[in-house]
Design a protein around this ligand. Structure first.
Ligand SMILES: *Cc1c(COP(=O)(O)O)cnc(C)c1O
Length: 386
């Protein structure tokens, strides 16, 4: 029996080359060869993030929530944040902003909807905002938000832009420098393609300046860039340094994964995610299932959120699992029981997509939903063969 295929919105399937790095003997964090690997990973992040040579990458040991927590560096008590809310993780960002003393106004979309740049522009006229936060892809709804348009509106209003890319970075198109994004953050276990445990972010010169010019201390010890900036600079310049022990094997795996992503090329990576996503969504539609995003135009390319048909046996995901594919249930509290999630980001290809759709078809049939076998697969193949 082969192992099951993990098709959830993180952790994802990792490449063999990445897993080999995880199994190597752990080097000292001050070993010259490890320092060189860390240096390369920092430099490569700028190319994956398309963030420009003067941006500052950070690699921290922690989950994606720690990367979100890094906004503490650019928040001073009394700052005003506008949180674009497209689901579960946007709500978390609002909580973090408030935790660190910002006033957070939340511009919410109904589950499955997004917030347009025009709506954001109108809200930006209502108050003087220091910060606008956006969830690039909300993992709880599969909604993709227009970062480019919102960042342009926020910049015009003089606000910094923070984008949670945990379900998007290295899969959905984002050009940090060209689009004016000040912090673009993610976690290793999503499209970046490394086991859980690294919080990753790149900060723009404007974000670093806001931090340098602050008049109050950063309200978190571990997240404070005062502790981490000298370390990132030292590693990049190949000098020995220490603040907290880096997750050495994860950093080695990250360096390998970033090289694999850059070898494919960012434009091709973005295009592959669009193509595979279109195939999955065509397959789901051919099975006559709805989807949580209310329009294909704002549906993410990193996951698909099909709605359950009426009266489906709750054992459905178990049947899919028995067919060799692990999928995720719902996450958004308001619609949690109404949908499931198929992750398709990172090193995914045609084989994975067709295997997942085949397992979904059989799972549906075993759960009392009569569809013609192969109907979803045929629709997906038609897209893949175009
Ligand atoms: C997964 C995810 C997070 C949280 O990451 P953790 O590693 O679980 O802390 C935050 N935001 C988004 C959009 C995510 O998909």
């Amino acid at each position: 029996m082969s192992r099951p295929l993990l098709m959830i919105p993180g952790p994802i399937e990792f490449t063999d080359e990445v897993m080999v790095e995880m199994s190597r003997p752990s080097p000292s964090h001050v070993d010259a060869a490890f320092i060189a690997v860390f240096s390369q990973a920092l430099k490569d992040m700028r190319h994956v993030w398309l963030s420009g040579g003067d941006s500052q990458p950070f690699i921290l040991a922690g989950s994606g929530t720690l990367a979100m927590d890094s906004v503490v560096n650019i928040i001073e008590p009394g700052d005003r944040a506008l949180v674009i809310d497209t689901g579960y993780f946007s709500q978390r960002m609002a909580a973090i902003c408030r935790h660190y003393g910002a006033e957070a106004d939340v511009l919410s979309a109904a589950p499955g909807d997004t917030v347009s740049a025009a709506q954001v522009a109108v809200q930006l006229q209502q108050a003087d905002y220091d910060l606008v936060t956006v969830t690039h892809v909300d993992t709880s709804t599969g909604v993709l938000t227009d970062v480019q348009g919102i960042a342009a509106a926020a910049k015009a209003a003089g606000a910094l832009v923070v984008v949670d890319g945990v379900c998007a970075t290295a899969a959905e198109e984002l050009r940090q420098q060209d689009w004016g994004v000040d912090i673009y953050l993610t976690a290793s276990q999503k499209a970046v393609g490394v086991p859980p445990g690294l919080a990753l972010l790149v900060a723009s010169p404007d974000a670093m300046n806001k931090w340098r010019q602050r008049s109050t201390p950063v309200a978190s010890y571990y997240s404070d860039w005062a502790n981490w900036l000298p370390i990132m600079e030292a590693y990049e310049e190949k000098r020995v340094s220490y603040f907290g022990t880096p997750a050495v094997n994860l950093v080695m795996a990250l360096a390998v994964s970033l090289r694999q992503i850059l070898a494919e090329g960012m434009d091709e990576v973005f295009a592959r995610h669009r193509r595979l996503s279109d195939a999955v969504k065509a397959g789901i539609q051919a099975m006559d299932l709805g989807q949580v995003p209310t329009s294909h135009a704002h549906a993410a390319h990193t996951l698909t959120c099909p709605r359950y048909p009426a009266n489906l046996d709750p054992a459905f995901l178990g049947h899919v699992r028995a067919n060799g594919v692990i999928l995720a249930g719902g996450l958004h509290p308001v619609i949690k029981s109404e949908y499931f999630r198929i992750g398709h980001m990172g090193a995914v290809g045609r084989r994975d997509i067709l295997t997942a759709l085949g397992a979904v078809e059989s799972g549906l049939r075993l759960s009392g939903y009569a569809i013609e076998p192969g109907i979803g697969l045929a629709a997906a193949q038609a897209v893949l063969d175009e």
